[in-house]
Design a protein around this ligand. Sequence first.
Ligand SMILES: C[S@@+](CC[C@H](N)C(=O)[O-])C[C@H]1O[C@@H](n2cnc3c(N)ncnc32)[C@H](O)[C@@H]1O
Length: 359
Amino acid sequence: MTSIAEPRALDGQKLEQFVYRAVDEIGATLNAALVVMGDRLGLYRALAGEGPLSSGELAARTGTAERYVREWLNAQAAGGYVEYDPEGDRYTLPPEQAVALTDEASPAYLPGFFQIALGSVVDSPRITEAARSGEGFGWHEHGHDVHEGCERFFRPGYNANLVGSWLPALDGVVAKLEQGARVADVGCGHGASTILMAQAFPRSTFVGSDYHEGSIETARTRAEEAGVADRVRFETSPAGAHAGDGYDLVTMFDCLHDMGDPVGAARHVRDMLATDGTWMIVEPAAGDRVEDNLNPVGRAYYGFSTLLCTPASLSQEVGLALGAQAGETRIGEVVESGGFSRFRRVAETPFNLVFEARP
Ligand SMILES: C[S@@+](CC[C@H](N)C(=O)[O-])C[C@H]1O[C@@H](n2cnc3c(N)ncnc32)[C@H](O)[C@@H]1O
C-alpha cells in the first residue's frame, strides 16, 4: 500500500535563516570576481605588508581609478578580507590574508582557486544546456581562466607535498628518481607537476602529455622558463594513446576522474610501465559515500565536478563520469579493472588523496 507523506509544516524562522545565509553566499559568489579583480590589478599585492592605506593611496600605487578601488575595498571589508579603520578612512590587509592572497609559494595561496571557480561560473550556461541533453563539455572547450586557474590552484599543493611527502611515500620510487628514472606525467595540463619533479630529480627524464593542445603549448613555455626543457618533453596525446613503454613511474594528477575511459587509461598505463614500475594517482580528497562529502571541501568539489569534471568525462568515449568525489573504493575498482594487482592509499591532504598502484 502506498502511503502519502504528510506535508511538513513551514518553519518561518528557518526560512528566514536560510534567506540570510543565501545573502552571504551571494556576496561570496560576487567575491570570486572581486578576488580575481584584486589579484589582476595588483590591489592585494600593493596592500600586503603596508600600513593602513586610503582608497586614493591604493589607487595611486596600482594605477587604478579611485572610485572603483573604494567600492572594491568596502566589499572586501564587508567580507572580512581587509580591515577598515573608520577614523582614518583607511584599509589594512591582515598578514594571514596577505599570505593567502599574495604568496604564490604558500600552500594557503588562494587566487588560483577563485580563478578556476570564476571561470567555471562564466562557462556555466553551456553546462546548463548540456545537462538538458546529457551531452558532455570537454576540458578544451573551457575558457582561459579554467585552464590557468587550475594550474594556479593545484601548484601550491604540489609545491608543498609532491617532492617532500607524496613521492617518498611510494615504495622505492625516490631512489629510482635520484639514480635516473623515466617518468610519464599523463593529463599534465600546464605541466606544474612535471616541472616540479624535473627540478627535484635532475638525472631523470620526463614526458608530460595531455589531450588539450593549448595546455601542452603552455607547458612547453613553462618548462623553458624553468630551465628544464632539456629533460622534459611535452606531447599532445590522450591518456589511452600515449606512446612508449618501460616507464619507472607514471603519474596522474587530478585528472583520472576527468577522463571518459579511466579503465582504458589504466590498462594503457599498465602497458607503459616497466615490470616493477609504479603508477601514482592523485585524486581530489573524498570519502566513498555522499554523506562523507557533505562538508566545505566536498561542496566545492561537487560544484567543480558538476561544472567541469563530469561534463569533461561525458564528452569523451565511454563517458564513465566518475566525478571528482569518486572516493578510494571506486578509484581502486577502476585501477583493478585496468589490470593492477596492488593498490593502496599512501598519503592525503585536506584537498587530495594519493594512491600507489603496482602491476
Ligand atoms: C583538472 S585538470 C589537471 C591538470 C594537471 N594534471 C594539474 O594537476 O594541474 C585535468 C586535466 O586532464 C586532462 N584530460 C582530460 N581527459 C584526458 C584524456 N582522456 N587524456 C589526457 N588528458 C586528459 C585535461 O585536458 C586537463 O588538463
